[in-house]
Design a protein around this ligand. Structure first.
Ligand code: ADP
Length: 466
């Protein structure tokens, strides 16, 4: 497993981050090295040149004061004190003929350049050159200078010390850089792995979930704001998906339940009619029963489709100017007989005109569903008050009843599809009415709110933008 991880490495983000880290880290180091290299080399060169120039000026003053014999002694002594294989000096005539010189055994290959002596005779004070002589392991810095009338000097100094110093500098730098690159690479790899550990955990969790561990979540470890946000958002998303899956499961359970009951009833009645009675009246009653149950099923399916369409925004609202006062009054009139059957009083309080832009049929259905519920869940002798209010921006519809009320736990769920507060399902209904009310209100840009006191009654408030 570890081997496969390493083989996979070049494609991993951690590996690429490490390379970037190394690149960013190495580039300035290399630039610093080149700069130091240049500064040290030119510093050393400057020092050598200054020493050579000082030598020329000393010889020049000695020649003027003490003559060529003393200068000869000087150059022999100077070469010996520096080492005859490290330095040579020779005095030349203007046409490049050697007059006196130090020990030249190690410098037999160093020529006297005519071009250099010509430049000096033409007025230049000194001429430098650097020579690489095949027999010598190190380069030589040579200076031609004028030390007196008709007298030139050629001084050569081996650059051995400078070159050895630079070699040592480069060796140390390479050693240091190698150590730093290895160390930097390890730190970069460690940091990249640490930074990406959270992402890896999210990926691992996703992998586990795809294999079936649906309850798995990314553990919270405070790994840095971005990764923590990713982990929290990922966990929230998983919770939401889980809740949605549970909700869908519940809905399909409810659909199965709500389809099974009427179908069982239809089948039961048909079976009983077939086995027992054979009279036309019994067949007629069975047919009527079947139609009634089928209507209920169809209504349930249509309501589900209507909710889905509205929620998906595919409900194609036939928008026109609708007077909500008219819609409320019509609905109350329609439900009056039903209310009277239960000795329930419906009170309406509507302003003369409450105009909104909306789909008349759907708004009628919204009011009807709320009224139907109010009557259904209010005991006899109760009161239902339907009122309208609002301002320039919205119309508010209140449906208030003195019915059973809804407990706090149920309040949060009553707008869910198929949710019914009464588990015994003693009252008719499938739990889709309020879902439809909410879907209609939202498709009009509105909202539905509810306040309820168990045993005292409920108030549903629908806000609709004008
Ligand atoms: P249902 O078909 O069961 O009436 P709804 O979606 O219309 O479905 O309502 C969901 C649940 O909310 C109902 O089962 C009922 O328990 C509760 N409910 C709705 N309206 C009222 C109300 N006015 N008073 C008390 N309970 C209500």
């Amino acid at each position: 497993m570890y081997l496969s991880k390493i083989l996979r490495s070049p494609r991993t983000l951690a590996f690429r981050l490490t390379l970037w880290y190394l690149f960013i880290f190495t580039l300035p180091s290399l630039r610093a090295f080149l700069l130091f290299n240049f500064l040290i080399t030119s510093g050393l060169r400057e020092r050598t040149d200054q020493a050579l120039l000082a030598e020329v000026s000393e010889l020049s003053s000695h020649l003027a004061l003490k003559g060529l014999d003393v200068v000869e002694l000087d150059i022999v002594q100077d070469a010996e004190s520096s080492g005859v294989d490290r330095m040579f000096l020779r005095v030349l005539s203007l046409d490049g003929e050697e007059l006196v010189s130090s020990n030249m055994t190690s410098w037999t290959n160093v020529a006297i350049k005519k071009a250099a002596s010509d430049r000096l005779t033409n007025g230049e004070s000194h001429v430098f050159e650097t020579l690489a002589i095949p027999q010598l392991p190190h380069k030589v810095r040579i200076l031609y200078g004028v030390i007196g009338p008709g007298k030139l000097v050629q001084i050569g100094r081996s650059l051995e010390d400078d070159e050895l110093f630079m070699e040592a500098f480069r060796d140390r730098f390479v050693l240091m850089m190698t150590a730093l690159i290895i160390f930097g690479g390890l730190i970069g790899w460690f940091m990249a792995r640490r930074a990406l550990q959270g992402v890896e955990e999210v990926a691992q969790t996703a992998e586990d979930i795809s294999k079936g561990a649906i309850e798995r979540r990314v553990p919270f470890k405070a790994r840095g704001a971005e990764i923590d946000r990713l982990a929290t958002t990922f966990n929230d998303m998983l919770d939401r998906i889980h809740a949605l899956i549970c909700g869908m499961r519940e809905i399909s359970d409810n659909i199965a339940h709500d389809l099974r009951s009427p179908l069982t009833r239809i089948r039961g009645v048909a079976e009983m009619t077939l086995t027992s009675g054979k009279s036309v009246g019994e067949y007629e009653s069975m047919a009527a029963n079947t139609i009634e149950e089928c209507d209920r099923l169809l209504e349930m399916i249509e309501t589900m489709l209507a909710i889905s369409e509205l929620e998906a925004g595919a409900g194609n609202l036939a928008v026109e100017e609708v007077d909500m006062a008219e819609v409320v009054e019509d609905a109350c009139e329609l439900f009056q007989p039903l209310a009277e059957d239960k000795s329930i009083t419906i009170v309406t309080e509507v302003a003369t005109s409450s105009l909104v832009n909306g789909d008349t049929q759907r708004l009628q259905r919204l009011v009807a569903n709320l009224l139907d519920n109010a009557i259904k869940y209010t005991e006899s002798e109760g009161t239902i008050k339907v009122s309208l209010d609002g301002d320039a921006s919205q119309v508010l519809l209140f449906v208030e009843d003195t019915g059973d009320g809804i407990s706090g736990d149920d309040l949060a769920n009553i707008f869910e599809r198929f949710y019914r507060c009464d588990p015994s399902r003693s009252k008719t209904g499938v739990g889709l009415g309020l879902s439809l009310v909410m879907a209609i209100a939202r498709s009009h840009g509105g909202e539905v709110a509810v306040t309820s006191y168990p045993g005292k009654g409920s108030t549903f408030t629908v806000s609709l933008p004008r």
